[in-house]
Design a protein around this ligand. Sequence first.
Ligand SMILES: [Zn+2]
Length: 380
Amino acid sequence: MNHGEIRARHYATGQPVALTWHQGVIQSVHPAAQTGDADTWIAPALVDLQVNGFAGVDFQQDDLTVEHLLTAARGLRAAGCTRFLLTLITDEWPRLIRRLKQLRELRATSPELRRAIAGWHLEGPFLSAEPGYCGAHDPDLMLDPTPDHVRELRAITGTDPLLLTLAPERNGAVEAVALASSLGIKVSLGHTNASAALLQAAVQAGATGFTHLGNACPQLLDRHDNILWRVLDTPGLTVSLVCDGIHVAPGLFRIIHRLLGAGSIFYVTDAMAAAGSPPGRYALGSSELEVGADGIVRRPGQSNFAGSALRPIDGVMRAARRLARPWREVWDGFSVRPARWMGWPTGLDVGAPADFCLLKATPAGDVRELNVFVAGEQPA
Ligand SMILES: [Zn+2]
């Protein structure tokens, strides 16, 4: 079926609408006299710009197959997310490059994967090696970025969307931001203890984001001057937040929203293989991580968080609960805003992909039913 119509209540307006699509693209959205079911909402599908693995599949492994990637993509889709950036974390540069090439080749063989894996997020290896700031990444493998690194990344990924998270205090990083931006690579700052002046220099060079603010920093920070204050005091950055309700303390989560406004915030899961799977031990690259009954991902025996086991649909509902807002009001933070920040068509608008969620949920965010459509179709 390459065209169709669906009636439901529009998540933003609350009004019944009839939405039509043709060849995977939304063609019209009109008010409708009634919907098939007054309890069913329609909302754009979720978009996650930071996914390290999902449904038992770790994207950092070298023996992945198309089937593995489909398992992860379908797990994400069942959790409301139809487009994501496959995220690779710090590793030896040649291995990272090989991995990226292999993943790109796998993706190319499957239309389903080409649609789901919207592009790539390279988080590392140009990050701070300082304890706390390096997070779950191996500090021994971190590097200073060179123009050759940036050009190699662009050459491998062609015109695919590419997001690069780097720490501006690395030697050559500000120049790398400028070069990356000129090549159409989106740059986000993160895993960093950069000074205010360096953050500003990176923004002037073209950086527009800050990756998972409130994480990848030590548990104890200087009350007068720390990376949180500096980022919050730097205009021009859109920040991502891990919205599991655990990575960012509830009060800080609300304060960041009050300070920056929702328009400068989007949500990510930063999910690893354990997401969508039961508690236990899972790989993230060469590390083994443990997911407790509390759903928190840690290095065994340590207290620092490392990635999340969050499903996107649960993330948006948890964000709503933390903000004490109806889920319909925060939904854009995990759908329209990350997509728009990447420059992708989005929303329940004419010309956007007909990727949407039909859901029944209480105002408090208990999801009773979730059906996810990709290009107007509901895959089996
Ligand atoms: Zn990180």
